[in-house]
Design a protein around this ligand. Structure first.
Ligand SMILES: [Ca+2]
Length: 245
């Protein structure tokens, strides 16, 4: 027979369990920033990406100070900032103009269609990201495309934080973004992105492009373990109640 006191204690147990599960779920809403490189003025300024995207409004040159980025999930300050410390050469509105994007690609057409570019043998551009969490694993994903060309315009994205890693893609008519996984900032929360012509780029001017990018924090394995543990607890509690009933 169900008594008032058993109902109350069961309700409290359920509420406690719900709260315990809700806390790690909130923690799993990981930081993510998305950036569309286009142009702050002119026709390309009409191709900015809506939602919680960061549209680069500082243009291609060296920036005097960092600019903060909003979080893709919340629209609030992400704590991450970017600063171009070695500039690009111009804006290009003829990224790959094919639509729709490659299946499953995380970036929309508005982000893909325009880019920052640079040219010149030995050239490179750098963007410093700050405010990253030391010890937090991130994935950096890049869109790089130039439509209506047939030569090899491979662009390399090198990220230097705690360690370093790079990923390359031939930007000519490219429709698929590329990712660099297991990225960690240095001890002070900094990671430097270098963009440059990559191996195989046979264009005489060594053009390279960055159309869009994202930085997403990867949930720690411990968060998943905590969730799995709580799930098991919930199942056990349900079984106990069934046996009692
Ligand atoms: Ca873009």
């Amino acid at each position: 027979m169900t008594t008032l006191s058993s109902l109350t204690s069961r309700s409290i147990r359920s509420a406690s369990l719900a709260l315990a599960i809700a806390a790690p779920l909130t923690a799993l809403a990981q930081t993510a920033v998305y950036i569309d490189f286009s142009a702050p003025t002119g026709s390309l300024a009409t191709t900015w990406t809506g939602g919680n995207w960061n549209n680069v409004t500082q243009d291609i040159g060296v920036m005097a100070s960092p600019v903060s980025l909003i979080d893709f999930n919340t629209g609030l300050a992400s704590g991450i900032s970017y600063q171009i410390t070695r500039g690009f050469g111009g804006n290009n509105g003829t990224g790959d103009l094919t639509n729709p994007r490659a299946e499953g690609d995380p970036f929309p057409f508005s982000a893909w269609r325009d880019s920052f570019f640079q040219q010149g043998v030995g050239q490179f551009s750098t963007i410093v990201f700050s405010g990253l969490q030391p010890g937090q694993e991130y994935t950096f994903t890049f869109a790089s495309a130039r439509g209506s060309v047939s030569d090899n315009r491979t662009t390399e994205f090198l990220v230097e934080g705690l360690g370093s890693g790079s990923v390359s893609v031939n930007s000519s008519n490219n429709t698929q973004s590329v990712s660099l996984t297991s990225v960690f900032s240095d001890a002070n929360g900094f990671a430097t992105l270098t963009v440059r012509a990559g191996a195989g780029n046979d264009n005489a001017s060594r053009f390279y492009y960055i159309n869009a990018m994202s930085i997403t924090a990867i949930p720690e394995p411990s968060a998943f373990a905590a969730l799995a543990g709580l799930g098991a607890l919930g199942v056990a509690a349900t079984r106990r109640r069934r046996r009692k009933g």
